[in-house]
Ligand binder design. Structure first.
Ligand SMILES: Cc1ncc(COP(=O)(O)O)c(C=O)c1O
Length: 400
């Protein structure tokens, strides 16, 4: 029996919702997207959400709203997916990479603060596996560091670098009573096909409701930047007699069509149960595997994750990771690896980053794998995966 890593959980009601939009006469950005934005805002406890076509676009638009560009620095962890750092290169700013804390998947707040310079405009933190980074404590620690606002009113008001949470994994996570979306100053979500909630491709940008800006003006700016810099969206422009428009800046094209938003509206309706099911699967994995391996902790004092990735540190079997992945594959179980640290990738090596400067990220990467985690897994599947992992490692010659 084959157990996939993260197939999309698309149900009849999702298909019906998409078909309804296809039949409606309006298929790109419009009322269904607005509905999804409102539903997401309510679920995440924030006021404003702008739907986009990816998390990458959301991260990039956050930097663009802050007018981050050449000469500026943005801090990012070495242990993440390329998108978290690529957006810094897209806007022409300098990438400043920080290592993770020893035996952790995220950097220590002290290390991040130590990397801040007068040129730091923003810090991107990552909610790895759905575990919410403590962005509120980071924001607090940054108070008083100051920032060269370069005339940007938001940076001027904050007087510190802006904290942008890469929440690609963390829709629904919670820390100290605050849902993902309200932890970083800005948060970017992903609805890519392998994510907890999917629109096939998609993302959203949101920000803290008490960010010192005109909230609805910021929404209008992000919307405009995501649609060519155009003063009118396609739906209003199509109304009879309403063709006239202006382009205020040479903007992006990153809006989400209603066909995809329909999937989101439908999936969000059952999302709380999906997160609960993921947490139940994680508890079972922890029960079965926690004695043999260091299983990523998804619930703890003051936080609960969205249960996106089941990372497992293979402990004494770390040097045999590739054999273990192959052994799982032979038993029909698809495992994965999150993440190859950025300095191991050609693009970042070419930018001058060296793996040796990020020893903790390298150590984590070498011994980690991710197990299947999704809402199509049965309890038996979970037991099968755990048993397969234990039997694969037991069949290996001792490495002690
Ligand atoms: C940590 C992280 N950030 C950003 C992204 C990019 O998301 P998207 O594909 O929606 O742009 C991903 C996608 O896998 C991710 O894992």
């Amino acid at each position: 029996m084959a157990i996939s890593f993260s197939p999309p959980d698309v149900r009849e009601e999702d298909i019906d919702a998409v078909v309804e939009v296809l039949r409606s006469g309006w298929i790109t950005t419009g009322p269904v997207g607005r509905q999804f934005e409102q539903d997401l805002a309510q679920y995440s406890g924030v006021n404003e959400v702008v739907l986009l076509n990816s998390c990458t676009a959301a991260l990039e638009l956050a930097l663009r709203v802050l007018q981050v560009g050449p000469g500026d620095e943005v801090i990012v962890p070495a242990y993440t997916y390329s998108a978290s750092a690529a957006v810094i290169a897209h806007v022409g700013a300098d990438i400043v990479m920080v290592d993770v804390a020893p035996e952790e998947y995220v950097p220590a707040i002290d290390e991040i603060v130590a990397a801040v310079t007068p040129r730091t405009k923003a810090i991107i933190v990552v909610d790895i596996g759905g575990v919410p980074f403590d962005a509120a404590s980071l924001r607090e620690r940054l108070e008083g560091t100051g920032v060269d606002a370069d005339g940007n009113p938001l940076l001027d008001a904050l007087d510190r670098p802006v904290v942008i949470t890469d929440g690609a994994h963390s829709l629904g996570a919670i820390r100290d009573g605050v849902r993902a979306g309200g932890l970083g100053d800005f948060t970017a979500f992903s609805f890519h096909a392998v994510k907890n909630l999917t629109t096939a491709e998609g993302g959203a940008l949101t920000w803290r409701s008490d960010l010192p800006v005109d909230q609805s003006a910021l929404t209008a700016t992000v919307r405009r930047l995501s649609l060519h810099g155009q003063t009118k969206d396609a739906l209003s422009k199509m109304k009879a007699g309403a063709w006239e428009y202006d382009i205020l800046e040479p903007g992006f094209k990153a809006n989400m069509p209603d066909v995809l938003a329909a999937l989101g509206v439908s999936q969000l309706r059952r999302y709380p149960e999906a997160v609960a099911r993921r947490q139940a699967i994680i508890r079972r994995y922890t029960e079965l595997l926690g004695d043999a391996f260091a299983v990523l902790v998804h619930e703890g004092k003051g936080f609960a994750s969205s249960g996106h990735l089941q990372l497992v540190d293979l402990g004494e079997w770390r040097p045999r990771r590739e054999e273990i992945i192959a052994g799982l594959a032979e038993r029909g179980v698809a495992a994965n690896v999150h993440y190859k640290p950025l300095p191991l990738l050609t693009a970042y090596r070419d930018l001058g980053f060296e793996a040796a400067d990020y020893p903790h990220a390298l150590r984590q990467f070498k011994g980690v794998l991710s197990l299947p985690l999704h809402t199509l897994l049965t309890d038996d599947d979970v037991d099968t995966v755990a048993t397969a992992l234990l039997s694969v490692v037991r069949a290996l010659p001792s490495v002690r």
